[in-house]
Design a protein around this ligand. Structure first.
Ligand code: BTN
Length: 268
């Protein structure tokens, strides 16, 4: 796929209105867009940049998992920017919300968020399917700069894979009609995502809690965590921690190391 189909210059111009200095860049191939931005930071480049890859050879997911997608089947990009945040909790929820609302603004596709920020389609009793995921990593900026460099990696399946290897079936946007071109998809997601990051820096999670609740696929569902907690999803608190109603009372799950699944699926 040639770079012209991404219309990167037009995208960069449109994003400059909300985020002056933002660069948009596309690489034909890289190990992982998150890894590349971390490497650049270590070389002293703390740019505000949106880096797209047409192919990732070593894409990464949360909890040390790999995220592998054939070239062209998924949109894979990372947004890197320095942020000064008093409270980091909930950032991943806000990012997931920006992505899911951009993909499915009126909820017609039934896309939701599986805490903390997986993109799911789940209409019980059918099995859930995963449309994409988000990997947020933060690194210290050089001394004295304050804040941290945030890398927000987003992967969205355009095409449903023929063979599924993961615990949860992957689904592409092609399930609902012709898959949008990667460049169109990026153009749809980029502005809301950048805007959400800038707003979150000022306001934190609170303004988005009600909207998150509408997309929370775990709410009122039987779930289990990788720590063995079982109960009913009871939403999230103001810090973005997952709440689970168990027989012993309500439990708050806020560790990014924890994985949570519906009870109907194998334990995480
Ligand atoms: C997950 O589902 O656990 C998160 C998947 C995140 C994948 C994206 S693709 C772009 C960016 N680069 C990576 O290596 N990972 C993220």
């Amino acid at each position: 796929m040639g770079h012209s189909e991404w219309h990167l210059e037009a995208l960069q111009m449109s994003l400059r209105d909300i985020c002056p200095g933002l660069k948009v860049e596309c690489l034909p191939e890289i190990d992982s867009t998150n890894t590349e931005l971390a490497r650049r930071l270590r070389r002293g480049q703390a740019d505000t940049v949106l880096l797209v890859a047409e192919r990732q050879s070593a894409g990464r997911g949360r909890l040390g998992r790999s995220w592998i997608t054939p070239a062209g089947s998924a949109l894979t990009f990372s947004m890197g920017l320095p942020l000064q945040l008093a409270n980091w909790s909930g950032l991943s929820l806000a990012v997931g919300l920006a992505v899911v609302e951009a993909l499915d603004p009126d909820g017609r596709l039934g896309l939701g968020l599986k805490w903390p920020n997986d993109l799911w389609h789940w209409a019980p009793p059918q099995a859930p399917t995963k449309l994409g995921g988000i990997l947020i990593e933060t690194l210290p900026l050089t001394e004295g700069a304050g804040g941290r460099y945030v890398i927000v990696g987003v992967g969205i399946n355009r095409l449903t894979p023929d063979i599924d290897t993961g615990a949860i079936a992957a689904r592409g946007l092609d399930h609902w009609g012709p898959a949008p071109e990667p460049g169109q998809l990026l153009a749809r997601l980029a502005a809301p995502l950048v805007q959400m990051l800038l707003d979150f820096e000022r306001l934190g999670l609170r303004p988005w809690l009600a909207r998150y609740a509408k997309r929370d696929v775990l709410r009122a569902q039987a779930v289990q965590t990788s720590q063995g907690i079982r109960g009913l999803g009871a939403g999230v608190d103001a810090q973005g921690a997952l709440l689970i109603d168990t027989l012993q009372g309500q439990v708050r799950v806020d560790s990014s190391e924890v994985s949570v699944r519906p009870l109907t699926m194998p334990a995480p």
